[in-house]
Design a protein. Structure first.
Length: 344
């Protein structure tokens, strides 16, 4: 790799660095090209500097250039993971896509063939995810188009799973620098203080669905490292106070159990270059009687804002066992029997 001086970049306020991890060294060799000719081409086009360190590429440059170069590298690496080969022509096409993107300031996905209006397939490290129902496809499109999105509906409809998939995809493509997942740690009949272990051990059971989804999309060793480096965070909603999320993909799950004040606090954490997704099921509110659900209130207050998307799911969108859909429908048809669970 070329030994370039980074001093001038470090002196600039707009300088940025991103570390990209590529687990398969053989594929990384193909990505870099003979004598790193592919990297040299990308450096020349985007005005970044790329340094190879083992299975990692360190990309240095301005914030915008680093994001562009990172997106190209991740996209082409995914092609290699899919069993396809890449050559100089593939790099040239990716570079031309960058030029077109600068002209109209559009999204990376439209240029690299991902997430087009007619293509809602989500690419992750371990597998590709395809929404199954029309509501799920509309939901994925909304997640890609809007900085703030809501997914509301019963369990099993893929609200959280698809949000996590999109978050991972944008993370590995370099569009966001980190992922933050949160859930309200609502006590359902058992006080947190009574549970054994330290605070992490007390709250981890609430976060397990998020860990399960992440394990579907990222190799275990890679996921562990990202969590250790805090590039992926999973924390209770109460821990979000006072923070601002910039260049992050943020997901609040089980939002029906957030109070009005908690919801307002969370929504106002949105920072520059970030996307936020709120998911929940207003038929499964576990808040104390008389405490309004922040999700129900947010839907009423924010639905008039066109920049915020609201996606709604029904029992028809359930992708778990067919009995789950039948159970949800039975409860929906007899709301008077479940009124104790509805507070908002």
């Amino acid at each position: 790799m070329r030994a370039n001086s980074l001093g001038s970049l470090a002196d600039k306020q707009i300088a940025s660095q991103k570390i990209l991890d590529f687990p398969d060294n053989r594929l990384l060799i193909d990505l870099c090209g003979e004598y790193d000719k592919h990297l040299a081409k990308l450096e020349q086009t985007t005005s970044v500097q790329i340094i190879r360190r083992g299975n990692e590429l360190a990309v240095h440059g301005t914030c915008g250039a680093v994001r562009e170069a990172s997106a190209v590298l991740n996209e082409l690496y995914q092609r290699l993971e899919g069993g396809r080969v890449i050559d100089a022509a593939d790099f040239d096409r990716a570079v031309r896509a960058l030029d077109e993107e600068r002209d109209r300031n559009s999204t990376r996905e439209a240029q690299l063939g991902s997430f087009e209006d007619g293509d809602t397939e989500i690419k992750t490290r371990k597998k590709n995810v395809e929404p199954r129902t029309s509501a799920q496809k509309d939901y994925v499109r909304a997640l890609l188009r809007h900085e703030l999105s809501f997914g509301i509906g019963p369990a099993g409809t893929g609200k959280t799973y698809l949000a996590v998939a999109v978050a991972v995809s944008k993370f590995i493509s370099g569009e966001v620098d980190r992922i933050i997942f949160s859930r309200p740690a609502v006590e359902a009949g058992e006080k947190l203080g009574y549970l054994p272990g330290d605070m992490k051990e007390k709250v981890d059971p609430y976060m397990q669905p998020l860990y399960d989804a992440l394990n579907d999309f990222l190799p275990a060793r890679q996921l562990s490292r990202y969590i250790e480096e805090k590039r992926i965070e999973i924390a209770p909603l109460a821990f979000m106070r006072g923070r601002t999320f910039s260049h992050a993909f943020v997901v609040l799950d089980e939002a029906q159990n957030a109070t009005s004040m908690q919801m307002k606090m969370f929504l106002t954490r949105l920072g520059e270059g970030s996307r936020m997704v709120i998911t929940g099921d207003i038929s499964q509110i576990d808040l104390p009687r008389g405490v309004a659900s922040g999700l129900s209130e947010a839907e009423k207050l924010l639905k008039v804002i066109p920049e915020i998307s609201f996606s709604h799911f029904t029992a028809k969108d359930v992708v778990r066992h067919k009995l789950v859909a039948a159970i949800i429908q039975a409860y929906d048809e007899n709301p008077h029997l479940t009124s104790d669970n509805r507070n908002g």
